[in-house]
Design a protein around this ligand. Structure first.
Ligand code: ATP
Length: 360
């Protein structure tokens, strides 16, 4: 990779008997927003701490901008960190908080003032320059923490669940802001979270982790619409899991027998399933179409409505194959359509591309 800024080369980490991270190989491009996503204990913070130099890997190397930094302490790496609680100095003004790292680097006063002013202008903090952290809102504090971390011009910015302390509404705003700042600075962000919404909203690429191993790496769209495993399909968004028998495999196309129906889906990218075996497939709720007339789609099943849950502009409708007793399929439909659909038999349909056959 020509514009590679970080190379994680065979990195693993063991704490006594616990393997926090199995062998990890990965490359990060300059200017990329990469998110490590996974449940508590999956090894994401360990990876971040190894990149920052706060933890030494048991095996492997960390290459930063072409230089092996595995044995170097945090202050010798061009890496900076934004913490969950921002760790702003409470007795220092916004300006001093931002300037602090530059003072440690031994820059001259005019250089420090120029750099701090630049960043405060860029992040719209200038009017707040003389305030103390407790006179700021959560979103403003987040911007100061970012400005302080960006001030020494690091090659890599590490963000460990930095939005965890914000309430849901503010978090949405700050996510958009953070992504926009990352784009405008072209800095490489390594973000850690267990919140799938956050990961989908901001990342160029997401690494889904489970038990110290990478489950799947891909763009948000990739992971959402083409999850490779049951773990990823379950962890990211809401989905219908359809478990069937593999009737045939032709290239990317997999035919499944399910509930007396023949369904067509697409094979996982890392290998086709075995004919005759049992597999699960994922169909997102918004990809399942409901209509009173039979739709022209590769997957069409006759169903009856068993539940309707009002969710504002859309309604979640549960349907069951006519006469079947399997777990209902769920679909998001426009609320007006949800009202219009009656108790009689209707059709559920979806495209082959909307049905991702899963690895396990
Ligand atoms: N210093 C340590 N000593 C012993 N075990 C540790 C240490 N740090 C992490 N672990 C263990 O390593 C595993 C991975 O931890 P890690 O903090 O990387 O997970 P995480 O995905 O970041 O979880 P969380 O979201 O809860 O922070 C866990 O089983 C954890 O208990």
């Amino acid at each position: 990779m020509t514009d590679e800024i970080v190379k994680i080369d065979g990195v693993s980490k063991r704490f006594g008997d616990t393997v926090a991270l199995h062998r990890l190989d990965m490359s990060i491009r300059a200017g990329e927003f990469v998110t490590f996503l996974g449940p508590s204990g999956c090894g994401k913070s360990t990876t971040l701490r190894i990149l920052g130099g706060f933890e030494t890997p048991t095996t492997g190397r960390v290459i930063l901008n072409g230089r092996d930094v595995t044995a170097e302490p945090p202050n010798r790496r061009r890496v900076n960190m934004v913490f969950q609680d921002y760790a702003l100095f409470p007795h220092m003004t916004v300006r001093r908080n931002i300037a602090f790292g530059l003072e440690l680097k031994g820059l001259t006063r005019p250089q420090i003032a120029a750099r701090s002013d630049d960043l405060m202008g860029f992040l719209e903090l200038a009017p707040l320059a003389d305030r103390l952290p407790d006179q700021l809102s959560g979103g403003q504090r987040q911007r100061v923490a970012l400005a302080r971390a960006l001030a020494p011009d690091p090659d890599l910015l590490l963000l460990d669940e930095p939005l965890g302390a914000l309430d849901a509404k503010l978090r949405g705003q700050v996510q958009a802001e953070l992504k926009s700042i990352q784009r405008r600075t072209s800095k490489t962000f390594f973000f850690v979270t267990h919140d799938q919404d956050e990961a989908l909203t901001m990342s160029d690429r997401i690494v889904v982790m489970s038990k110290g191993r990478v489950e799947q790496v891909g763009t948000p769209e990739d992971l959402y619409f083409h999850p490779a495993s049951r773990f990823v399909a379950d962890f990211i968004g809401e989905t219908n899991l359809i478990v069937g028998r593999v009737a045939s495999v032709r290239g990317d196309e997999v035919a499944l027998d399910w509930n007396g129906q023949r369904l067509i889906g697409c094979a996982p990218r890392d290998g086709a399933p075995v004919e005759g075996g049992t597999v699960a497939a994922s169909v997102r709720l918004e990809k399942l179409m409901l209509s009173e007339t039979r739709p022209d789609l590769p997957n069409v099943v006759p169903v009856r409505i068993v539940s309707k849950v009002f969710k504002g502009s859309r309604t979640e409708v549960g349907v069951r194959v006519d006469g079947g007793d399997e777990t209902p399929l769920r679909a998001y439909v426009d609320t007006a359509l949800g009202h219009a659909l009656g108790d009689g038999q209707i059709w559920a349909g979806w495209s082959a591309d909307a049905m991702a056959v899963l690895r396990d």
